[in-house]
Design a protein around this ligand. Structure first.
Ligand code: ADP
Ligand code: NI
Length: 215
């Protein structure tokens, strides 16, 4: 397990990396993913050191923050080197981080239980009440309108289409968020996802009712 000093060191690094992010990738997203991942990891008997490192470092090399030219896992490796994480462990962590990003239907599959746990925790943070808040924060940050009844969702987009898509934030629920419940890897995450999914559906129902002046 990582000791308290190591965890604090990593948390400080992350706080700096995400200090100017308003797109839903802030420090607190990482902290929530870390906590959720740890609790799922305990239920699934996954290795807690690998899960902790991968959860804390899962977004520090994201192509959306650093561009497509950024070397995979570069920031994560620098941070792990500073606290002398052994090379073999670093490789396992980087394998997870590199395969985690959701690129529409081309998203990679995670093979280790630790990867599955961290991916589940990251995806859980995109749904439910927090997920709804993040989606609208991201939408505003990317100059997307909240909703346009004439703009229909496009499901089954390729990676290129998904990245270039200029749809509404409500469409994002149909293009990604409502699909996540069925993409959970672990049983523990599935239970949490079901609750969060139901809350999003309730939110959408209420949203349309209010939009049409029915409530
Ligand atoms: P992560 O890298 O944490 O897996 P993403 O980078 O895909 O997540 O997205 C970060 C947050 O922004 C998520 O909560 C996601 O739902 C939201 N988001 C991503 N794309 C869109 C979009 N097109 N419209 C609204 N929200 C989005
Ligand atoms: Ni994330």
């Amino acid at each position: 397990m990582l000791n308290e000093k190591e965890i604090l060191y990593i948390q400080n690094e992350i706080r700096q990396i995400f200090s100017n992010d308003y797109s839903g990738h802030d420090y607190f997203h990482t902290l929530r993913v870390y906590r959720t991942a740890l609790s799922i990891a305990k239920e699934e008997n996954a290795d807690l050191t690998i899960v902790s490192l991968a959860a804390l470092l899962h977004d520090v090399d994201d192509y959306k923050l650093f561009g497509e030219k950024h070397k995979p896992c570069e920031n994560a490796i620098a941070i792990m080197n500073s606290i002398a994480i052994p090379a073999e462990l670093q490789t396992q962590v980087c394998t997870i981080i590199n395969s985690m990003s959701f690129h529409s239907k081309d998203s990679h599959l995670l093979t280790s239980i630790e990867g599955k746990v961290v991916q589940d925790a990251d995806r859980l943070d995109a749904i439910g009440a927090v997920g709804i808040a993040r989606a609208f924060a991201y939408g505003g940050n990317h100059q997307r309108v909240m909703y346009d009844p004439d703009c229909k969702p496009k499901t089954n987009m390729s990676t290129e289409e998904y990245t270039a898509s200029k749809g509404t934030t409500i469409n994002h629920f149909y293009e990604k968020l409502l699909k996540l419940k069925d993409l959970m890897n672990t049983e523990s995450a599935k239970k949490l996802a079901n609750q969060r999914h139901a809350f999003m559906q309730e939110f959408l129902d209420e949203f349309y009712q209010e939009w049409e002046g029915k409530r």
